[in-house]
Ligand binder design. Structure first.
Ligand code: RNT
Ligand code: ZN
Length: 427
């Protein structure tokens, strides 16, 4: 394909868009408005796809029941490389972007600083970059890939010292989130996920949950002066090595978040294989103040494949778009694939999120709701299906054009060039 096809074809793209706009208008859909709304929905891009979730604090391997498989060349090895790679990804993804950091991406220079002692100053370079690039920041304590996580238990550990170490880590991360929120004058989603669980059938399911609850209570006891920090807790059904039991299950965190009036994080890959989160959002919003969604794709026992444009994913996009609670719903990517170009992995997933959101925004929802109110479920289904055939691609291409990002798969040319010029020289 012509490397400059986006530029050469802009008149054609605009023409197709005007035809598409008329088709949608006939069904009562204002696509200009849809594009304006899409532009305002932030998507948080996860730092950890860029380096296989390894971080900068000396971890030798990923632990905690998650695994980035593959050995594609060019992994980012430090903050500068990760930022440079992310900038290329940003230039290929339309819409408003945030960046999601994990605590283990602290930059401590030549000094070894353990996780319970990290300070805001260790994120000064990330902050300067966020300011320069006008990015919002989200944050996560890292309860894995550390010697004190090797038993498989952190916040729910039966060992007092281990538990206290991780509680101190959680508190340190709340302070760092506070720092980003203050400095950027913006909200920060600070998401807590701990891997704790058993490979095989527990003899005591309650004890670890009581300990996790107590650790969380200690971490969250002190209110943060800035209400821009949104603490969220993330559940999981099982992980590699925690197949039989995860302490922080869905029921545990759903109960905890609603009792403590705090945020809940739903990861799309953390439920039974046929269970979807689309139908959970409208219920949970009645009982918890904030919902973070980890946009991901479960495949058999893996919860972290690159987001593709599936029906399941579209259903989630439909829900968040229809609920329109953008001050209470936060979209964050969460997957890791080391078997393909890592920048392409970011771009494929993020563009799919934008596509699904746009597709949701241009559905004839007013008409569908009218049919529903009348009890005319036949027309509701007929229109739902016919609407899939509207000229959506013309609207998407136009959006990419107005956002100055490549049209179609042209973005791969930029990634390939970068692979030749930069990634292939890393070893
Ligand atoms: C793991 C959780 C968690 C992590 C990241 C790295 O199963 O989904 O969110 O993927 O925090
Ligand atoms: Zn997750």
């Amino acid at each position: 394909m012509d490397k400059n096809s986006a530029l050469n074809n802009s008149a054609e793209i605009e023409h197709c868009y005007s035809l598409a706009r008329a088709r949608y208008a006939a069904l009562g859909v204002d696509v200009d408005n849809a594009l304006k709304e899409l532009e305002s929905i932030p998507l948080s891009i996860h730092c950890w796809q860029g380096d296989d979730v390894i971080g900068f604090d000396g971890a030798q391997a990923l632990s905690g029941g998650i695994l980035a498989t593959g050995s594609y060349p060019g992994r980012a090895r430090n903050g500068d490389e990760l930022r440079q790679d992310a900038e290329l990804a940003f230039s290929l993804i339309p819409g408003k972007k945030r960046f999601n950091l994990h605590a283990m991406y602290a930059e401590t220079g030549n000094t070894k600083v353990d996780r319970d002692e990290i300070q805001p100053e260790h994120f000064a370079r990330w902050l300067a970059w966020a300011k320069e690039k006008n990015l919002g920041i989200d944050f996560n304590p890292s309860f894995f890939s550390h010697p004190l996580a090797e038993s498989g238990f952190t916040l729910a550990s039966p060992n007092d010292d281990i538990r206290k170490f991780w509680v101190r880590h959680g508190i340190a991360c709340r302070k760092i989130s506070q720092y980003f929120a203050d400095e950027l004058k913006d909200t920060v989603v600070n998401n807590f996920w701990a891997p704790d669980g058993f490979k095989d059938m527990p003899a005591d399911r309650l004890g670890p949950r009581l300990r996790l609850q107590e650790s969380l209570d200690t971490m969250f006891r002190e209110p943060m002066p800035n209400d821009r920090v949104i603490d969220t807790v993330e559940s999981k059904l099982f992980g590699i090595g925690s197949e039989a039991y995860v302490v922080g299950s869905h029921e545990f965190y759903m109960g905890y978040a609603s009792k403590r009036n705090m945020g809940l994080c739903l990861d799309m890959g953390h439920f039974h294989p046929t269970e979807t989160i689309a139908d959970k959002i409208s219920s949970l919003l009645l009982f918890v103040p904030q919902i973070a969604i980890h946009l991901s794709r479960g495949v058999r026992w893996d919860s972290d494949h690159i987001v593709t444009w599936t029906d399941d994913f579209q259903n989630v996009a439909n829900e968040v778009v229809r609920i329109k609670a953008w001050d209470r719903i936060h979209l964050l990517l969460d997957y890791f694939d080391a078997s393909i170009n890592r920048i392409a992995a970011w771009v494929i997933g993020a563009r799919n999120v934008q596509k699904a959101l746009l597709f949701a925004l241009v559905q004839p929802i007013a008409q569908l709701r009218e049919y529903e109110a009348k009890g005319d479920y036949t027309r509701r289904l007929a229109l739902t299906e016919e609407a899939k055939n509207l000229p959506f691609a013309a609207v998407w291409d136009y959006y990419c054009l107005t956002q100055s990002v490549p049209i179609g798969s042209d973005w791969m040319n930029k990634v390939s060039n970068y692979e030749d010029e930069v990634l292939s020289k890393r070893n």
